[in-house]
Design a protein around this ligand. Structure first.
Ligand code: KG4
Ligand code: ZN
Length: 351
């Protein structure tokens, strides 16, 4: 079965053709990173306009790269949320138009669930359920019990910034381009992670929830020289503190370590609570090699399932892949009344 997937939740316009939920025939993507770089973050209005400009060429590119035509496609899957409403509208309307004109089912896919599915796409057999899912993207940070493909229970999530957002904001403070995650990772390679005692936040009464805004503020104060030790300030001569390249690397390394230590601590708690033997990782931050190494060291006896290179950032192959499983459960697909959803909350686990 051939599914055409469409993704336009944020600043990537993507289309893919996937056979039977696994075999990726094409995975076309137009990134808007350069468009938003000068603003230090995604400007929704600009993102929507760019989606309009490129959606049809991207669909054509995906079909051509897969060497198939629209008449070969069995169903249209689309990320209907969560994301920016204007951006979602473009993908959802393109998918509805295709579904209507081809008379093929329309399948609405939750973008965050698809990030978790991305980690399963290359596995010959499904993971051992329940597995633990860890979503680490620019818009979401969540620990999820994956009870089956398509069945999820929320264990914990961020109460403020998503981890990727925190990386992007810290990068902006260090005057690095958007998206900042890869730049922080690069600086951290040459930095001392123990130099600044940063810490991830604790959410009272919710040990599996995340909070990164305090961590981000600590970095800001450190950069302003407000919580440096007297010796550190003296070493740099005066206040405000002039940052050397080494200082920047140390800030990046200390921030990154604090964020990853926090993820590991909460993942450990979640594993103790669920007994999961596998972790599925999803979202752009999973591109980070230091993150992968840190988890490998912290969980030597747990199967760590990382998405393959082209599947960690936003992409349409994961949408088409999960769409296939949704179609198997609901062959008629969704109604053409499907609306974009800016937020799609997961159900919390009842204690
Ligand atoms: O999953 P994604 O493409 O988009 C959302 O659904 O949000 O993730 C984008 C996020 C950005 O915040 C970006 O800075 C972050 O992933 N990111 C990284 C790395 N590569 C991308 N963060 C840390 N280290 C990286 N190597
Ligand atoms: Zn994403």
């Amino acid at each position: 079965m051939l599914i055409l997937g469409i993704e336009s939740t944020c600043d990537e316009t993507a289309c893919a053709v996937v056979r039977d939920g696994k075999e990726i025939l094409s995975n076309a993507i137009v990134s808007q990173a350069l468009l938003h770089e000068v603003y230090g973050g995604v400007v929704p209005e600009l993102a929507c306009r760019r989606h309009v400009d490129v959606i049809i060429p991207v669909i054509e590119e995906a079909l051509a790269a897969a060497s198939v035509s629209l008449s070969d496609i069995d169903a249209i899957a689309v990320a209907y949320g969560p994301g920016l409403v204007g951006a979602l509208l473009i993908g959802v309307n393109a998918a509805k138009s295709l579904s209507m004109s081809l008379n093929k089912p329309l399948i609405g896919v939750n973008h965050v669930e698809a990030h978790l599915y991305a980690a399963m796409m290359h596995m010959p057999l499904p993971p051992q359920f329940p597995a633990l899912g860890l979503i680490l993207s620019g818009g979401h940070t969540a620990l999820i019990s994956v009870d089956d493909i398509d069945t999820y229970t929320l264990l914990g999530q961020t109460v403020d910034d998503a981890i990727g957002e925190a990386f992007d904001k810290v990068a902006k403070m260090l005057e690095l381009p958007y998206p900042g995650g890869p730049h922080i990772e690069r600086l951290a390679l040459n930095g001392d992670p123990k130099r600044f005692p940063f810490k991830g936040g604790i959410v009272k009464g919710h040990p599996l929830d995340f909070s990164f805004s305090g961590l981000k503020t600590s970095v800001l104060y450190t950069l302003r020289g407000q919580n440096c030790s007297y010796d550190q300030l003296k070493e740099h001569g005066n206040n405000p503190w002039e940052l050397s390249e080494q200082d920047k690397c140390d800030v990046a390394a200390s921030f990154q370590k604090a964020a990853f230590d926090d993820l590991i601590k909460k993942t450990r708690l979640a594993i103790e609570g669920t007994g999961a033997t596998e972790i599925l990782f999803g979202g752009g931050v999973t591109n980070n090699k230091a993150l992968r190494n840190a988890f490998q060291i912290a969980f030597p006896h747990t199967q760590l399932r990382w998405p393959e290179v082209n599947l960690s950032l936003d992409n349409a192959a994961m949408i088409a892949g999960l769409g296939y499983h949704k179609l198997k459960r609901n062959p008629a697909g969704d109604s053409l009344d499907l609306e974009p959803a800016t937020r799609i909350p997961f159900q919390r686990k009842q204690n």
